[in-house]
Design a binder for this molecule. Structure first.
Ligand SMILES: Nc1nc2c(c(=O)[nH]1)N[C@H]1C(S)=C(S)[C@@H](COP(=O)(O)OP(=O)(O)OC[C@H]3O[C@@H](n4cnc5c(N)ncnc54)[C@H](O)[C@@H]3O)O[C@H]1N2
Ligand code: MOO
Ligand SMILES: [Mg+2]
Length: 436
């Protein structure tokens, strides 16, 4: 995360003429799904870069990866023991021990040095290449060994089923198999696949660079002591963390006073320098809600400025020169939800991810939910598994303005518009929040 940029943010004049513009009250709510679609329509894939495999964790692949060879690419022993020809030991029993002459010793990384013939065996270690003529590996524990006539012998008291302990060529992957496709997020498993096939440099999508600024004359920087009427700018840092978790690279531009011109300059500069811009605060109908005014101006094309959801009903989206601006509510709960529902998918869609929206589960409501609303609520909650069922408990405080319960939540419980109390036991959808 980059340090806040301070140059723009020192303006002292926060006076704003009282605005009686009715346009700001005249907002048409759209559903969260419609808002997501409107945003998605403007998403463009970001350009790519080639990076070392060692730094690829968490990034999104920008190339399809096909297997250049099968895996494993040689017949591999699954045990430390002896490679044998199964028919040689078919008659072995406790009364009839069969002895084979050990003619080779094959550690990992070496190839067999002589062909096996009937009546012989090769000592072999786990992961080593099985001689072509062998069709079975017998575990060391099932054998006895002795030296006789200057030769080494292995004895077996049991037959072993043909094919045992040999991993065939291509068991996991055949040559030409599609291993990973564009948009896959690279985790430990993907890195293992890429390393196995020698992909030491990976083409990935560039991380979207996301500018974050907060508006609010009341905002102090995190370092400053509290003052009456003022609060610290928590949203910028919360958003930065959300952006990072989504796969973007946050740039915290700090906080500006509630001043339309300052907001305009900051927004335009951010839009020209970064891939996505997020602002927090100033999107409602208040006298100093400058982001709301700005988005309605000609500077940008407004996509929406009301969503039929709580928190975050005033969440606003706009576009300029193909770049998306998310003007999120200043209320921390609403700011958090706006980012999870709209910004996170955008960041991930820019990197071709198929896992763009928060994963949706079905759960049972853990206790009664009393709030009544004509809008869909995205209630912070926590999930428990009880008697094999997923139960979702709403947080004790889930007001838009409440900050503290964000940290206790691992899901957003979707409460549809309702005029009645929703009783415990009701089936609800929950959106999983990733807590990495
Ligand atoms: N008359 C009406 N008043 C309000 C309405 C409405 O419809 N009519 N909507 C309410 C709803 S709903 C919300 S949500 C908020 C949205 O407010 P804004 O987006 O305009 O945000 P601000 O006014 O700037 O601040 C609201 C609140 O959040 C605190 N804040 C702001 N920035 C930060 C930050 N960076 N870190 C932490 N906290 C922040 C700010 O101090 C305020 O307390 O409007 C309702 N009002
Ligand atoms: O827009 Mo507000 O966050 O609904 O409460
Ligand atoms: Mg406001």
């Amino acid at each position: 995360m980059k340090e806040p940029q301070s140059s723009l943010f020192n303006k002292q004049d926060s006076s704003n003429p009282v605005d009686h513009n009715p346009a700001k009250f005249n907002r048409k709510p759209i559903t969260a799904a419609t808002a997501q679609q409107k945003v998605a329509d403007y998403v463009r894939l970001i350009d790519t870069e080639t990076i070392s495999l060692y730094t690829a964790g968490g990034r999104f692949l920008a190339e399809d990866v096909q297997a250049p060879h099968p895996y494993p690419h040689f017949r591999r022993s699954g045990m430390d023991g002896y490679a044998v020809i199964a028919s040689d030991i078919a008659q072995a029993s406790s009364d009839h021990m069969i002895w084979l002459q050990v003619i080779d010793n094959i550690p990992c990384g070496q190839t067999p040095s002589v062909p096996l013939i009937q009546g012989t065996a090769a000592r072999i270690m786990t992961g080593a290449m099985v001689p072509d003529e062998a069709d079975t590996v017998v575990m060391l524990e099932m054998t006895e060994s002795r030296q006789a006539e200057g030769k080494e012998w292995v004895g077996l008291k049991r037959s072993v089923e043909q094919g045992r302990n040999i991993t065939p060529i291509g068991l996991e992957i055949q040559a030409g198999d599609m291993l990973l496709t564009k948009g896959a997020q690279i985790g430990a498993g993907e890195i293992s696949v890429l390393a196995t096939f020698g992909v030491h440099e990976v083409e990935v999508y560039r991380r979207p660079q996301v500018a974050i600024f907060s508006t609010g004359t009341e905002l102090l920087s995190v370092e400053q002591p509290i003052e009456p009427g003022k609060i610290r700018n928590s949203n910028s840092y919360m958003l930065a963390e959300q952006v990072k978790a989504a796969g973007g690279e946050p740039h915290v531009l700090g906080a500006i006073m509630d001043d339309l011109e300052l907001a305009r300059t900051t927004m335009l500069q951010a839009l020209s320098s970064y891939d996505i811009v997020i602002s927090s605060g100033g999107v409602s109908v208040g006298d100093y809600d400058v982001m709301g005014d700005l988005v309605r101006s000609d500077e940008v094309e407004m996509l929406f400025n009301k969503i039929s959801m709580r928190p975050g009903s005033v969440t606003t989206g706009a576009v300029k020169d193909g770049k998306l601006l998310f003007a999120l509510s200043g209320n921390p709960g609403a700011c958090f939800v706006g980012c999870e529902l709209l910004v996170r998918p955008t960041i991930r869609q820019m990197m071709n991810s198929k896992h763009d929206y928060l994963p949706e589960w079905t759960a049972t409501l853990g206790h009664d939910y009393h709030k009544i609303n004509s809008f869909t609520r995205y209630v912070r909650g926590s999930i428990a598994v009880e008697e094999g069922k997923i139960v979702a408990y709403p947080a004790s405080l889930d007001e838009s303005s409440v900050m503290v319960t964000i940290k206790d939540s691992d899901c957003l419980i979707v409460i549809p518009p309702t005029s009645e109390v929703l009783p415990a036991g009701t089936t609800v959808s929950v959106l999983r929040l990733s807590r990495s």
